[in-house]
Design a protein around this ligand. Structure first.
Ligand code: FES
Length: 113
């Protein structure tokens, strides 16, 4: 099974994603709180991203969320896309707030060791 490196342009974070799983599945492993994982089936539109580099295979996506123009511009639903090479992407829409938020898991008040 081939693994590819996916880079999130907005934060510079990278994660590994196999060619057998969706970009959304890989993104969930980043452990960000509040990634709005919705239907995972291309229907709800919360996982919209724009692929800025790399190749991928995609399955049917709702035209309600991804117009033809979107698709031509590389905008896809992360739950419907599997990487076939290393990928760079930008998060869009609802997902952006969670992916770009700094991890809240670090110790609060850590300024006074
Ligand atoms: S999770 Fe619903 S469209 Fe991707």
């Amino acid at each position: 099974m081939a693994y590819h490196v996916v880079t999130v342009n907005d934060t510079g974070e990278c994660f590994r994603c196999s060619s057998q799983e969706s970009l959304l599945a890989g993104m969930e492993r980043l452990g960000k709180k509040g990634i709005p994982v919705g239907c995972r089936g291309g229907g709800c539109g919360v996982c919209k991203v724009e692929i800025t580099a790399g190749t991928y295979s995609k399955r049917v996506m709702s035209r309600q969320h991804i117009s033809e123009a979107d698709e031509c511009a590389g905008r896809v639903l992360a739950c419907r896309v599997r990487p076939t090479s290393d990928i760079s992407l930008a998060v869009l829409g609802k997902m952006k707030a969670s992916v770009c938020r700094p991890n809240a898991d670090t110790t609060p008040g850590g300024a006074n060791p």
